[in-house]
Structure formats: structure tokens, C-alpha cells
Design a protein around this ligand. Structure first.
Ligand code: DP6
Length: 323
């Protein structure tokens, strides 16, 4: 059987996925919106082989075992069931960003694996079907499948919960400067965070307001109203972290570096440079700005004592096969 190689980007959520209505299918409580990242991606190759007695999973050059392996095997089981074939695979996956940098890699990893595994086993899935499959591996992976800017429509079932592209990569010269302030693995995974999301007293308020926030953010994105867009994405980021900090048990993702970068961004705004921050389930800060201001903001951030490195990103294409 043929070996398939795929490249897929990570993504940054402007509207966050936080809490699962169905945790075995990864159906979210709310829809979410993201941008695919040109500078943070995974390249994965998959080859099914009749001679193998079990799946062999290599991540960043090392054969993995335990929970990491089990998660990939469970995903391959879904692909095998879909294809009606009982055959094991050799998976080789590499991130171009250091996997210890605390940048979420499940989105790029599972979207890459979806296309590589489905194609290698002989399935030919549509973009919608691929997004549905990627979602089973990791919710946010469903958004990496499409080009540019994606909206994952929450839906209510396996068939109705998937992402679609709402704007091409070239639509807007937006940048995400991934500002790394910690390279330690985080203590609580996003999967754990999702499982306690409903215990925050703010969960109900979020559900009440989220539809109008999504509508507005989409409107500001599609009309390229950067100031309004930025204000809203920052409000959304803070809400996610307030939810995490008030859930039971409480989860704290920030460190001193996170706060230092946040105040620098606010200071830059006061000086007249528009830029905004958002954070996923970790301490690193995604600084969102326009292409014209990238250099200036980068040089300012680089001077901060807590900043380890900065990875600049533009909007990128979604999951694609490498020939
Ligand atoms: C805060 O997609 O990583 O980054 O489905 O359990 O793998 P699993 O969760 P995951 O959650 C992402 C959470 C987030 C927000 C987002 O990307 O929308």
C-alpha cells in the first residue's frame, strides 16, 4: 500500500472551543473561529503494512508508547473501521516547532494524520469529511483542515460538527507572533480543561453571549475592522482564562511572562500601535497584529526578559498532501 505524506498547520483560535457537549465525539458547546499558522506545522507520513503486528508511532524522531501512542491508535481504529480494513500502520510525525515549546500541536498533528491515514488506507474523503475525522482526534484539528480562516460550526452530531473556510489565507495581512514565555509542558491539558468547563460559574453567561460574539467577530474579520476585531478577540481570550481559573478544580495557565507580554501589548496600544493578545490553554501569548507593524512589535517583545523566542506566522493554507 502506498505511503502518504501530509503537511498541516496549527491554528490560533480567535473564538475558543472550551467545553464538550459530547466528549467521545468532541462535539463542542459552541462554534469557534481560527486562523491557520504558516510557521507552526506538522509533517506526517503514514503507511499501512500487512506485515505489521501493531501500529508503530514515531513523533519527532522517537517511538512513542503509553497514552500518547494509545491516542493515535484509537484514532487509527476509527480510520480502519471507516475503511473496513484490519491492518496496522507506520506513522512518522514531525513538528517544525519544538514540541517542548508549549505550543499546541494536537491541531496540526491530528489534521495531518487524518489526511495521511485516510488516503494511505484507500479512502478519498471530502474536505467536510476530513474535518469531521480530524475533530475525532482533537477538536481544534477540525479547523486546520481548511484554508486560511476557519469556522467550526458546533453542530449537534458527528455529521453536523465540522469546519469550513470563511476567508482565504491572502484575505487579510494578519500576523500571529507566537511569543514563547515557557518551554515546559503544561500541567493541565486542554482535554482536562474541557472536562471541567461547565463547573465555572461563568459557563452559563458564556453560553448566553457567545452567539452574538461569534457573529460580531466574524463581521469585524470579514470587514477587516482590526480595532474592533482585536478588542473582541482579547475579550474572548480573557473569558476563556477566567473560566479556567474559576472551574473546579481551578486551572491556571498563565505565568509571569504571560502577564509581562500582555502589559507590553497594552503599552504599545497606548503609544498608537494596534496589537492584541490571545492565549490558548497555555502560558504562551499569541500577539495578533497587521503585517505593517510586525517588525516594530517583534523588536519590542524580544527585549522582554521573559521572552524565550518568537515565531512569526501569517495565515496559511490548510491540510495538504506533499507529493
Ligand atoms: C483553548 O482541541 O486541544 O486551544 O479536543 O481535547 O484535543 P481536545 O482539545 P483541543 O482544545 C483546544 C482548546 C483551546 C481553544 C481552541 O483551540 O479553540
Amino acid at each position: 500500500m502506498k505511503k502518504v505524506r501530509v503537511k498541516s498547520p496549527s491554528n490560533i483560535a480567535f473564538i475558543k472551543f472550551w467545553g464538550k457537549k459530547d466528549s467521545s465525539l468532541n462535539i463542542p458547546f459552541n462554534s469557534s473561529i481560527s486562523m491557520n499558522l504558516s510557521g507552526c506545522y506538522t509533517v506526517t507520513s503514514v503507511e499501512f503494512d500487512e506485515k505489521l503486528r501493531e501500529d508503530l508511532i514515531k513523533i519527532d524522531g522517537k517511538i512513542v508508547e503509553g497514552e500518547k501512542k494509545d491516542r493515535v491508535v484509537r484514532f487509527l481504529d476509527i480510520v480502519r473501521k471507516k475503511a473496513g480494513k484490519k491492518i496496522f500502520a507506520r506513522v512518522d510525525s514531525k513538528n517544525n516547532f519544538p514540541s517542548d515549546a508549549g505550543i499546541a500541536s494536537s491541531a496540526s498533528a491530528f489534521s495531518a494524520l487524518s489526511l495521511a491515514a485516510s488516503k494511505a488506507i484507500g479512502l478519498s474523503l471530502s474536505e467536510k469529511e476530513l474535518s469531521i475525522l480530524a475533530r475525532r482526534g482533537s477538536g481544534s484539528a477540525s479547523r486546520s483542515v481548511n484554508d486560511g480562516f476557519s469556522e467550526w460550526v458546533a453542530g449537534t452530531s458527528d455529521k453536523t460538527s465540522y469546519s469550513k473556510s470563511i476567508a482565504k489565507p491572502t484575505f487579510w495581512d494578519l500576523r500571529d507572533l507566537v511569543t514563547v514565555v515557557s518551554n515546559k509542558a503544561k500541567k493541565s491539558s486542554s482535554t482536562e480543561g474541557h472536562s471541567v468547563a461547565t463547573t465555572s460559574p461563568f459557563f452559563a453567561t458564556r453560553q448566553k453571549n457567545i452567539k452574538s460574539r461569534i457573529k460580531n467577530l466574524k463581521r469585524f474579520l470579514l470587514s477587516k475592522n482590526f480595532e474592533k476585531f482585536g478588542q473582541l478577540l482579547e475579550e474572548e481570550a480573557i473569558e476563556l482564562h477566567v473560566m479556567a481559573m474559576t472551574s473546579k478544580p481551578a486551572i491556571y495557565y498563565w505565568n509571569e511572562g504571560t502577564v509581562e507580554v500582555m502589559s507590553t501589548i497594552r503599552a504599545l496600544r497606548e503609544e498608537g500601535t494596534l496589537c492584541y493578545y490571545t492565549m490558548d490553554a497555555g502560558p504562551n501569548v499569541h500577539v495578533i497584529c497587521l503585517g505593517k507593524d510586525e517588525k516594530k512589535i517583534m523588536s519590542r517583545l524580544k527585549r522582554l526578559k521573559s521572552v524565550i523566542k518568537i515565531i512569526p506566522n501569517e495565515a496559511s493554507r490548510g491540510t495538504g498532501e506533499l507529493k
